[in-house]
Design a protein around this ligand. Structure first.
Ligand SMILES: [Zn+2]
Ligand SMILES: [Zn+2]
Length: 233
């Protein structure tokens, strides 16, 4: 059976060491310092989470500057430390924002594995990045001298990006808090109203029904108004 080896550096002399993960304690073969493997693993976990925090800070700055190459680069670094499903999804999304990958609607479903705040932030990044990329492509298409080709190109860019933006806005709306009949606001992760116990699904259904009634009344009024004008003429 192959042994699970851990690479570590001696905290005293900095020598590179290797040990079997079943060891509790080893002595540095160069300076003799005793090293507790448990402490080493804990320390490495702390170092890695510090790294991830600082990478995330760099990513947030880069998002503000629409610099998705940097965003992608640092998500790659994060995945090298921790290749979790969520981190890999962020890597895919940043690949899309740098034009390396096509947009995939499935990502939007998988975003529900994140916390609500993270989910909202990622959606905002997707919306902001998609709009910036669309703008960039339109700007370069505007430089095409042939008018027919230029118009065709711009129409295609519009079509392609608008369908993505439509999906993103729909998703953003899904995440918006809704108001319960008892006036309590319910965020997306609240399935039941904490104040009166109403189910979120019921509140959404009723709201839809009310919106439909309002729309029907409005349309009827417009039709009546138009008929009155026709009759008056
Ligand atoms: Zn040593
Ligand atoms: Zn309520």
């Amino acid at each position: 059976m192959p042994k699970d080896l851990i690479a570590l550096t001696c905290p005293q002399c900095g020598a590179s060491l290797e040990c079997d993960s079943t060891n509790m304690k080893i002595f540095c073969q160069y300076c003799g310092t005793p090293i507790l493997i448990k402490d080493f693993i804990t320390q490495r976990r702390i170092d890695n989470s510090d790294k991830i925090i600082s990478y995330n800070n760099i990513i947030n700055n880069a998002i503000n500057n629409n610099d998705y190459e940097t965003v992608h680069k640092y998500y790659e670094k994060i995945c090298n430390i921790e290749a979790s499903e969520n981190n890999l999804l962020l890597l895919s999304i940043s690949s899309y924002l740098t034009g390396k990958l096509d947009f995939n609607k499935e990502w939007l479903k998988n975003l529900y594995n994140f916390s609500l705040t993270e989910h909202e932030q990622i959606l905002q990044m997707l919306i902001k990045g998609t709009k910036a990329n669309m703008q960039k492509e339109i700007e370069s298409a505007k430089r095409i001298s042939n008018e027919k080709i230029r118009k065709e190109k711009i129409r295609n860019i519009d079509l392609n990006y608008n369908s993505i933006i439509y999906e993103l806005y729909k998703e953003e709306k899904n995440l918006k808090p809704i108001k319960c009949k008892c006036k309590q606001m319910l965020t997306f992760d609240m399935k039941v109203c904490p104040k009166c116990g109403r189910l979120r699904s019921e509140i959404v259904k009723k709201k839809k029904r009310r919106d439909n009634i309002i729309a029907t009344v409005l349309i009827s009024l417009i039709v009546v108004f138009i008929l009155m004008i026709i009759i008056a003429l």
